[in-house]
Write a protein of this length. Structure first.
Length: 579
């Protein structure tokens, strides 16, 4: 690649825009074909093979693709040149929103209030997008879940965004690659109908949370997805067993449900109906067989809170967020404040609560006195764009640092900055529950606050080349679910030494991106992998206890209130304890 660099910067020319300097902290990701940078609201893709633009006549292809103007498509805006006026890539607008695998999960639905009606709207808009592209004579080919994003909430409901358009097939530019998990193994080559098959794979997961060729089926090994796709052995097979985290197929409109059955189980290839099409279903709704085990009676389930408005989130500090935005203190059983955004955070401080909230797009901080319940806004001169919470510690992310916030009452409540940790690639860092996963030009790192005033940045080669979709961290333990280029999910469990200088790792297959686990401050973990079974384990010692009870299901969203294991079920909070 022939580009001018200065102190790590890359200087490029954007067609119709002029000179742009890409700095090291503008790096986002790198893949097989190119490297992605983001500067403000502009995304730049530079191809790794400097001859690709001329060899594949990419300038002509990109100019054609740039004409596919649609609200839901992120098209190329222009060509990128190096300082010798050689084309090296293209630029486009930044696509905000959530990666589609996160939208599949119950955790996203619970947290954001995303429901079956939203799933219908999002799916229909994805159908409209594919239909629009086909009308222009284009084949999407590899429209897998990693190439779709979802904006939610939106003023008119959820909206999709599709990216990676330079890989689409159009005219004399054929398709080359496709993720195996969306590939139509019964069709040679790529057509509009193979696009609809891929659309069906992704949208089925929006509704149900599971790939249509996953689950447990006699005669097939776990994860043997290719064999099942070739045999049409889908989730509609008579002897399929699915965890309760899989949503009931009745949430899918009847005509579309029929289309899914004909497509996945009977091998038919047709254009799907509109999600909102009216008509009589030609087949009854499928019954979902679930794994059932004999109850052991070794657990006690206690009702903690049954509010009028459903609970959607629980913090370790004992604060709960209701769907109405009201905050509830589980210890005192009283309301104490309100959040405007579901992405806000709450921690317990001396004499009250510290809130970080998004109000009209601006990050604001508030102190709520636990005695008087009076709310006071706190000032903090800091340009932050992300909130991160680790147990009861609160952080903000700036363009260059992860900064811990310190609260004190000295006559009046005061918020100040504490420990600062430099972040080399902030735009390529994704933040999850108490952990950040950073990519630095292909190399993955875990960013994990620990102890009372420490933070570790650890190189983890196991995640290189993968896309993390869910993660959670606690006392000396981090668990991650990541997807590879084949659409396969893998779970990783990292156990750290006391000073986080070293770790051991376990990895195994995962059917879905769901991560139902709670990590208690004392180092004990509880997780639900299969219906009817709660696994309680201590990562640092390897100690494991499996408790069987029919009330335990994979649909449960585990959380912790201090060292108590709690969960949300139908908007209520329940606790689980051993006898």
């Amino acid at each position: 690649m022939s580009v001018s660099t200065r102190r790590g910067n890359i200087i490029v020319e954007l067609e119709r825009r002029g000179t742009l300097t890409l700095r090291p902290d503008d790096f986002v990701a790198c893949g097989g074909e190119g490297t992605i940078y983001r500067a403000a609201n502009t995304v730049v893709k530079i191809y790794n093979d400097s001859s690709k633009m001329s060899r594949d006549s990419m300038i002509n292809k990109l100019k054609i693709l740039s004409g596919l103007r649609h609200h839901y498509i992120v098209v190329p805006e222009g060509i990128v040149f190096d300082q010798k006026s050689q084309p090296i890539g293209f630029y486009m607008a930044f696509a905000s929103g959530e990666p589609m695998p996160r939208v599949f999960t119950m955790a996203f639905r619970q947290r954001e209030g995303f429901n079956d009606e939203d799933a219908k709207t999002l799916t229909e808009r994805m159908r409209e997008t594919v239909d629009f592209v086909h009308e222009k004579g284009v084949i999407l080919v590899d429209a897998n879940e990693l190439n779709w994003r979802a904006i939610f909430p939106g003023p008119k409901g959820p909206e999709p965004r599709i990216i990676d358009v330079d890989s689409w097939a159009i005219g004399r530019w054929p398709a080359k690659v496709i993720m195996p998990s969306i590939k139509d193994w019964h069709t040679h080559g790529f057509t509009k109908l193979t696009d609809w098959f891929a659309w069906g794979i992704v949208t089925f997961q929006v509704f149900t949370g599971i790939h249509p060729y996953k689950g447990t089926l006699e005669g097939y090994k776990p994860g043997d997805i290719e064999a099942r796709m070739k045999a049409n052995a889908s989730v509609f097979s008579p002897k399929i067993s699915l965890n309760r985290a899989v949503r009931d197929f009745k949430c899918i409109p009847g005509l579309l449900l029929d289309w899914y059955k004909e497509t996945f189980q009977r091998g038919q290839r047709m254009v799907p109906p509109s999600v909102f099409a009216k008509g009589i279903s030609i087949a009854p709704a499928a019954k979902i067989a679930r794994v059932v085990t004999t109850a052991t009676g070794s657990l006690i389930f206690d009702l903690v809170l049954r509010p009028i408005s459903p609970v959607i989130k629980i913090w370790p500090s004992g604060a709960a967020l209701l769907k109405s935005g009201i905050l509830f203190d589980l210890a005192s059983k009283r309301q104490f404040g309100k959040l405007e955004s579901t992405k806000g955070e709450v921690v317990k401080v001396d004499d009250g609560w510290l809130l970080a909230d998004w109000t009209l797009g601006n990050l604001k901080f508030f102190f709520i006195d636990s005695r008087t319940l009076e709310t006071q806004e706190l000032s903090l001169a800091l340009a932050a764009y992300q909130i991160v919470r680790c147990e009861n510690r609160l952080f903000v992310v700036t363009k260059t640092e992860l900064i811990e916030l310190q609260f004190a009452c000295v006559g009046k409540p005061v918020l100040s900055t504490g420990r600062r940790t430099s972040i080399l690639q902030p735009k390529a860092t994704h933040w999850f529950d108490s952990v950040g996963i950073q990519e630095a030009f292909g190399a993955k790192f875990l960013i994990t606050p620990f102890g009372e005033n420490a933070c570790a940045i650890t190189r983890v080669r196991e995640l290189d080349g993968l896309v993390p979709v869910a993660a959670k961290a606690g006392n000396r333990f981090v668990t991650v679910i990541a997807a590879d280029k084949l659409g396969t999910y893998t779970k990783f469990e990292f156990t750290f030494s006391r000073d986080y200088s070293s770790y051991t790792v376990w990895q195994g297959d995962a059917d879905t991106p769901e991560l139902s686990i709670v990590i208690l401050p004392k180092g004990v973990c509880a997780t639900i992998i299969n219906d009817g079974e709660l696994n309680i384990f201590v990562p640092t010692s390897g100690q494991l206890v499996k408790v069987k009870d029919r009330q335990i299901t994979t649909s449960i969203e585990l959380a912790n209130w201090g060292d108590k294991v709690v969960y949300i079920d139908n908007g209520e909070i329940w606790s689980i304890r051993m006898k």
